[in-house]
Design a protein around this ligand. Structure first.
Ligand code: EPZ
Length: 420
């Protein structure tokens, strides 16, 4: 398992380009199962999760070919309708094939994804949505088995206790695309990745409206065409590099991003004392000497994203004063706090609130990555820390950050990967 060695204390300076969003690319790749025609997805991020999705689609019988940074997917033949344990265990987002397979073949079997390092991850809303469309769902031998004679459009209230679900909204939207009649998803997720998926499906001939609001309407169509699509920029990647700039008191610009997807995040960066400016597709950030302490509450879009909670905590670890971070989406998503404390941070967890007593500086240590965003937090902490930080289990980072070492090196960071 590879390790990342970070020599802390280098101010980040310079300009990088954002990659395309992993969390937009994955459902779009799965959605290509809805059509028998070829689809080219441009500029997909070269990360492990995208490779795993490609592997899953191939295992179902789709033809998947990478062409430079593009991937071309054609699901012409009769597909296998089962997403096996071996692949689903590597990546929860494998459940995105459920909706498309059910829509096109009226039958699908997907290994049931379990909890993970960020806590319990129920799928009751996915099931509720598919059942509302007319599918019979059974959980057997660890698999969700879904079958329907016909899928019929319905009005579906899809919100759970923690608010809307990104995954369930995507899955039900994909299933409803080829259903008979009109489906209304009430309590739909507003995330830009959902809007991108809906726009992509419309480009293939689907009839979806209301994406980006809490009610999405899908008029079922008989079939979809092929086409081409470029997924939206990765707002979480952009937020991660901006956090790294703050932790090192640096000054960076990120090009080819979508600043409006980061409104809540840039607002918080302003509160920390950063100078932030936005010019069309570019965000520039100049960090203060030491950020101010603040309170942050994670929330569904357009609120502050849970996927940046760990990274902002690494920043607040050295803020002047006491900060509070409330995690409302995945209430136990705090494994990174323990590792940050190993580096000299002073963080206490009370239920779903982290109380962060800012220290002057973190010190490099041997730490362990537990999930994708927790790993990013450790990288940020290591970049700002005094001395050397050694992060093990960095395969988590490889799942979601394209060319991480290259981009950080371009900004002046000193780090190396040790292959073990
Ligand atoms: C997506 O996960 C993202 N994954 C996650 O990013 C992200 O943290 C999450 O949305 C929230 O923004 C991908 O896009 C591949 P949810 P998803 O369903 O869809 C509850 C990363 O680091 N819920 O929106 O699985 C759930 O427990 C990953 O890139 C139910 O109760 O998340 C949570 O509290 C990690 N029942 C809330 O809804 C359900 O059936 C939101 O989860 C489904 C979810």
């Amino acid at each position: 398992m590879d390790k990342l060695i970070i020599y802390g204390g280098q101010k980040l300076k310079g300009t990088i380009k954002a990659s395309r969003a992993k969390n937009a690319t994955l459902p779009i790749m799965a959605a290509t199962l809805l059509t028998s025609k070829p689809v080219r997805i441009r500029n997909v991020p070269q990360v492990q999760d995208v490779k795993t999705m490609a592997e899953l689609l191939k295992s179902l019988g789709a033809e998947v070919n990478f062409d430079g940074d593009d991937v071309i997917i054609e699901s012409q033949n009769d597909l296998l309708l089962e997403a096996p344990f071996d692949i689903v265990r590597k990546m929860r987002a494998s459940y995105y094939v459920l909706g498309p397979l059910l829509a096109r073949y009226r039958k699908a079997k997907v290994y049931l994804p379990g909890g993970c390092a960020i806590g319990p991850r129920p799928i009751d809303l996915h099931i509720k949505g598919m059942e509302a469309l007319g599918a019979r769902i059974e959980i057997r031998h660890g698999y969700i088995e879904a079958e329907a004679k016909v899928l019929k459009g319905q009005e579906i209230l899809l919100e759970g206790k923690a608010g809307p679900s990104v995954g369930a909204t995507a899955n039900v939207m994909m299933a409803a695309t080829l259903a008979k009649g009109t489906t209304k998803i009430i309590g739909a997720a507003l995330e830009p990745e959902i809007v991108d998926l809906a726009n992509f499906l419309n480009s293939l001939g689907a009839k979806i409206s209301g994406q980006g609001t809490s009610t999405i309407t899908i008029e079922g169509v008989k079939e979809l065409n092929g086409g081409e699509w470029t997924p939206i920029p990765d707002r979480i990647e952009v937020g991660t590099y901006l956090c790294a700039a703050i932790a090192t008191y640096g000054e960076i610009s990120i090009e080819q991003c979508e600043p409006k997807h980061l409104d809540a995040v840039l607002f918080i960066f302003n509160q920390l004392g950063c100078e932030v400016s936005v010019d069309q597709k570019v965000i520039r950030l100049k960090a203060p000497y030491r950020p101010k302490a603040i309170s942050i509450v994670t929330a569904p879009y357009p609120g502050f994203p849970t996927d940046l909670q760990a990274q902002i905590m690494a920043v607040l670890a050295t803020a002047s004063g006491v900060s509070y971070v409330t995690e409302n989406i995945f209430k136990a998503r705090f494994l990174h706090a323990l590792e940050l404390n190993r580096m000299g941070a002073d963080i206490k967890i009370e239920d779903n609130v982290a109380i962060i007593n800012g220290v002057k500086r973190l010190s490099g240590a041997k730490v362990m990555a537990s999930d994708l965003r927790a790993s990013a937090a450790l990288v940020i902490a290591g970049l700002g820390a005094e001395g050397v930080t050694e992060i093990s289990r960095i395969y988590h980072l490889d799942r979601g950050y394209e060319a991480l070492e290259k981009k950080l090196t371009a900004l002046g960071a000193k780090l190396e990967r040790i292959k073990t």
